[in-house]
Design a protein. Structure first.
Length: 488
């Protein structure tokens, strides 16, 4: 079987494997308010019903976007705006959408943005592509006047220190709805990160200074939690795994992976047993991600646990619970973000440059996101893990060919976090067969120049490799998260 992402467009879906249940997370909560200036209603009796019908259409479209919609109704004056503001404040939304159906005053919507303490998107969607000038009177024109207050709201938001975002278009314009959908996908990322519980187990890979992360930054920046774990937390759970459970996990692995002849049965069974223990660890601590590393020595039990993680961590990642080595907390967060956006996301670094073909070869040893594989992922037996102690089974595959987007989470000198993204294309060609995930990525330029520009952003040496052209989604996610965004 090929556990690829089932929906090729990946516009609003999360990658799934046919034999592995995805982790269920809360859908993003979208607050919706429509409004117009109440002074118009007695002057033009047919206007309000027309605008309310447009508001119902907008609400239905949002409900079809895999989001929980909190509809605060239609407001006509500042008092009603204040009531909507209180309602949405209590709802604790991930994104609030203000639908400007016609002109309204900025005093009607400013309290909503101020009191809810939630990112706001302004949309103005006129009824059709254009007015019928020969037939329209003033009342008919006013239904097309939703763009009029957009600059006013933008000015007031700037003066209030509120980030301004907007989408202008017409009601059934699919390109406008795709732009709106981008913000909903960004809300998926914000919802996932603000409620995430990140596991951090073991210790920093010695000398990797770029990987080191101030644990306070994640709850301060996103609202998420970091659970510090010991390898003994895993050891105790692995000790409790039965032979029957180990055999069942091996059978599951045989359904998903092609087993290379280099796989040693004893090592395969150990990886399966650790995988079951990992699932218990994730469940007991209610984790949404896990970053780990243990150096070990002489084959002692913790070294063997660390060496047996790859199978189970790859299965967890495919379920939407990124699990990565080398204690890479920030990259694991980036993987959670790309997965929440519906684009998968495999642990990645630069492996080599091919100047003849103009590609950057990138990937990583260890766990990988199985759902982005171009074919059946391979389990290969390794007598040694390069740069790490231990031995066992490792995962090998090429990411599905076509557009991809890198996303990394960097940390600046002042401690602030930022997203870094770059779009490229995975192309076919020769790959090493050494138990690593490796892909040939064409960025449409000299690969050496791309590396220089990528490194200059302040990104660390790991990131998430996700499928599709998703830079615009990640830019929107950075906006909702309140962090900087950089792109190469």
């Amino acid at each position: 079987m090929n556990p690829n992402i089932e929906n090729e467009s990946m516009s609003d879906t999360t990658p799934t494997l046919s034999v592995i249940d995805q982790k269920r997370r809360r859908r993003p909560r979208i607050g919706l308010v429509a409004g117009g200036l109440g002074t118009y209603w007695p002057q033009f009796p047919g206007l309000l019903p027309q605008l309310q019908e447009s508001a119902r259409y907008v609400s239905e479209r949002f409900r079809g976007m895999d989001a929980e919609v909190v509809d605060a109704g239609f407001i006509s004056d500042a008092h009603e705006g204040a009531v909507a503001a209180e309602s949405l404040r209590r709802a604790d939304c991930d994104l609030i959408v203000l639908f400007l159906t016609t002109y309204l005053s900025s005093s009607m919507v400013l309290p909503i943005a101020q009191r809810a303490n939630t990112p706001v998107l302004v949309i103005d969607l006129q009824p059709s592509e254009k007015m019928d000038h020969s037939a329209f009177d003033t009342g008919a024109w006013l239904a097309y006047c939703g763009q009029c207050p957009v600059p006013e709201v933008g000015n007031v938001f700037r003066r209030a220190g509120i980030p301004f975002r907007s989408v202008s278009g017409w009601l059934r314009q699919e390109s406008a709805w795709e732009r709106i959908g981008r913000w909903v996908r960004a809300a998926h990322v914000r919802a996932a990160l603000r409620e995430a519980r990140h596991g951090l187990m073991g210790h920093l890979y010695p000398g990797m200074l770029d990987v080191s992360t101030d644990l306070t930054l994640l709850p301060v920046t996103f609202g998420s939690h970091v659970e510090v774990l010991e390898f003994d937390d895993l050891r105790v759970r692995v000790d409790e795994v039965t032979e029957a459970q180990t055999r069942d996990r091996m059978e599951l692995a045989r359904q998903i992976f092609t087993l290379d002849e280099s796989v040693v049965e004893e090592d395969f069974a150990w990886g399966a047993r650790v995988s079951v223990g990992l699932d218990r660890l994730i469940e007991d601590f209610e984790l949404d991600s896990l970053a780990y590393y243990h150096r070990g020595l002489g084959g002692e039990q913790h070294e063997r646990l660390g060496a047996g993680m790859i199978l189970g961590a790859s299965l967890l990642t495919a379920r939407g619970i990124p699990a990565t080595g080398e204690y890479e907390l920030r990259t694991t967060v980036a993987q959670l973000a790309t997965h929440a956006a519906g684009a998968g996301g495999s642990f990645c670094e630069i492996q080599a440059l091919n100047f003849e073909d103009g590609v950057v070869e990138m990937g990583h040893d260890g766990p990988a996101h199985l759902a982005v594989s171009s074919g059946d992922p391979l389990l290969r037996g390794l007598g040694v893990y390069h740069g790490k102690r231990g031995w066992g089974v490792s995962v090998e595959f090429d990411v599905r060919h076509g557009p991809v987007t890198l996303l990394g989470l960097g940390q600046d000198r002042d401690g602030s976090l930022f997203f870094v993204a770059s779009e490229g294309t995975v192309v076919p060609g020769p790959l090493l067969q050494i138990g690593n995930t490796t892909s040939r990525v064409d960025f449409g330029r000299d690969p050496g120049e791309w590396v220089d520009d990528w490194a200059s952003t302040g990104i660390g040496h790991h990131w998430s490799l996700s499928v599709g052209s998703r830079a615009a989604d990640y830019r929107a996610a950075a906006s909702l998260l309140g962090i900087d965004y950089r792109q190469v």
